[in-house]
Each structure stands twice: as C-alpha cells, then as structure tokens.
Design a protein around this ligand. Structure first.
Ligand SMILES: Nc1nc2c(ncn2[C@@H]2O[C@H](COP(=O)(O)OP(=O)(O)O)[C@@H](O)[C@H]2O)c(=O)[nH]1
Ligand SMILES: [Mg+2]
Length: 319
C-alpha cells in the first residue's frame, strides 16, 4: 500500500490534503491513489447544497456541520464555487464560524478553485468525495453554485440535494423550470428574515403541486435564517427522512448505480480519447479538422466516421 494512502486511512489530515492536491492538479499518481482509496470507502452519505451565489449556502453548510458534529459524525466538506474568487481559507460565509468549525479535528473542509475546466470540476469533486470517505468522514457535504450544467453534474454526485433560494430571487421559480426542480430533494428558502419568504415558499409549493409525486419523494420546502442558525435542525431532519426513504425504496442503490455507471463511461471516454491521441497522434486529428473546415463533412460526421474506423480496427481479426 502507498504510504500516503495508509496515512489517509489513519485519519491524518495533512496526508489527505496532499492526496487532494494531487487529484486537483491531475497528477498521474493520483489515479493509483484513488484506486487504492476507493476500496476503503464506507459509502458515507453525500449531501449536495446548491443554489445561486450569495443565497447563504456556506452559512447553511456551517450550521449543518455543527449539528452533525453534535450527533458525533465526522464531516467532510467540498466547496466548489467558481463565482467566488476566495483566496486561502475564506470558504464559508462567516470567517469566525468557519474558523471555529475548521479547527475542529472532526471536520475537513476543502475549497476548490476554478482551475481547469468546469467539466473537470465535476469529476474532481467526485474524486475528492471518495478520498474524504476513505479518510473516515461519515457525512460529506458538497457545496456548489447552481448556475450551469456542470454545477448540476456536481450536484448529481450527491445522494441528497438541497437547493437554496432566497426571497428576493423572484426568478428562482424560473430557475426551477431550468432544471433545479429535477435535482432538488429539499428546497430551502433562506434569508427568511427578509420580506417575501412566505410568498416564495408558497410559489415553490404551488409549482411542486403541479407534479405527480406518486411513489416519488416530494421535496419539502423549508424556511431558514441560516445566519442565525434558525431552521437548520429541520433541514437536517429532512435530510435524515430523505436518506431513510431512499434506503427503504431502493432509490439509494439505484442512484449510486447510475452514478457509478456514468462515472465508468466518463472515465472510459477519457481513456479512449487519450489512447487514440497517443496512438494516432495529432496529425490524424488535424486531417479531420481540415476536412471539416473545407466543408467536406460536418464535425458530427467526422466523429462518427472516426469512431466507426476505430471500432472496426479493434474488432478486425488479427492477420
Ligand atoms: N439576512 C440574512 N443574511 C444571510 C442569511 N444567511 C446568510 N446570510 C448572509 O448572506 C451572505 C452570503 O452568504 P454565503 O453563505 O456566503 O452564501 P453562498 O454564496 O450561497 O455560499 C453572507 O453575508 C451571509 O452572512 C440569512 O438567513 N439572512
Ligand atoms: Mg459559498
């Protein structure tokens, strides 16, 4: 076993931090580390918290960490926020509270910058969750900004997803139509100390009541004032109910199965692309680019043709 992996399994924070840096920097050894760590996961529940910038996600996460710690859990947090150019440790909303939880030996917080593409962020954050799980975090919180498809991908790595909105975001019902409805297991209307919170709750509930929830989990709509710690216990209870429901109905294994399937496909796609470029090389790609630029064929056609050729070669009986 890699000594670094051994140290992570013993719960050494500095070793975990190093493994995560290797994952983030896409260092070649990271794959070997992940490969070893994967087998030591205990399938800790992963809780996604998503919503627009400034909605209070980090503040809510801080409150959840506190409650989970009271319950004796070891908590791992991954915060992915491309809209917030935080530097150093300023991950969570309130520095003082953040320091309080970050100094707790039972809490590990990692913020992820916008390094590389957003698409890469989705798989990187998933890998970081795996490392946290092997490390011994038995609850993993994943904070992401809900703005684009990639963030939705990140949210989908979670077993339960909390979507945070605020009263003044009158457009959030609009956002629901754009896909948040699909991923929310729990809605939180935060900043309920502001005007319009009840109206927002009402709007969300009306939008939800239009759907048929038979045999499905109907997302509850909760109100919080995260900055004062109000309503967070109820959010945690809703998360516990959702986890229990998923276990009873088999949804949990279904969701994880889908997630692992998508992951294998994604990794296979990456591996195939790497292998093709290594073998055929850039010139092969350039020739196809030329054909597309000259209007000989479309990129769709070029890709289809290339894939067909590759599969043909792979399937051809050896001479
Ligand atoms: N009035 C009010 N402000 C809040 C509440 N929750 C968080 N905030 C503030 O909103 C700002 C953004 O919070 P943050 O947690 O960083 O939002 P994030 O970008 O979604 O992670 C901070 O200044 C928080 O103190 C709340 O319930 N009421
Ligand atoms: Mg935040």
């Amino acid at each position: 076993m890699d000594p670094l992996v051994e140290r992570v399994l013993q719960g050494e924070k500095s070793a975990l931090a190093r493994v995560i840096s290797r994952i983030e920097n896409r260092e070649p050894q990271a794959v070997a580390l992940l490969d070893e760590l994967f087998l030591h996961q205990k399938a800790a529940p992963r809780i996604g918290v998503t919503g627009p910038p400034g909605a209070g996600k980090s503040t809510l996460v801080t409150g959840l960490i506190r409650i989970l710690r009271e319950q004796g859990h070891r908590v791992g947090v991954v915060a992915v926020d491309p809209t917030s150019p935080f530097s150093g440790g300023a991950v969570l909303g309130d520095r003082v509270r953040m320091n309080e939880v970050a100094l707790d030996p039972g809490v590990f917080i990692r913020s992820m910058a916008t390094r590389g593409s957003l698409g890469g962020l989705a798989s990187t954050s998933r890998e970081v969750c795996e490392a946290l799980d092997a490390f011994g975090s038995d609850r993993i919180l994943l904070e992401t900004v809900g703005v684009g498809q990639s963030e939705l991908d990140v949210a989908q790595a979670a077993d339960s997803t909390v979507v945070v909105v605020v009263p003044e975001s009158g457009d959030s019902v609009q956002a629901l139509k754009a896909g948040l409805m699909e991923i929310a297991d729990i809605f939180v209307v935060n900043k309920a100390d502001r005007e319009g919170a009840d109206r927002m709750v009402h709007d969300l509930e009306s939008a939800l009541s239009l759907k048929n929830w038979k045999d499905r989990w109907k997302p509850p709509v909760l109100k919080t004032v995260a900055s004062r710690g109000e309503g967070i216990r109820e959010v945690n209870e809703a998360l516990e109910r959702h986890a229990a429901w998923q276990l009873e109905t088999g949804q949990l294994s279904h969701r994880r199965r889908e997630s692992v399937g998508a992951r294998i496909l994604e990794l296979t796609r990456e591996a195939v692309t790497r292998a093709v470029l290594a073998k055929a090389g850039r010139p092969e790609l350039e020739a196809r680019v030329d054909a597309v630029l000259k209007g000989v064929e479309s990129p769709y056609r070029a890709a289809e043709r290339w894939a067909a050729e590759l599969l043909d070669t792979a399937n051809a009986p050896s001479p």
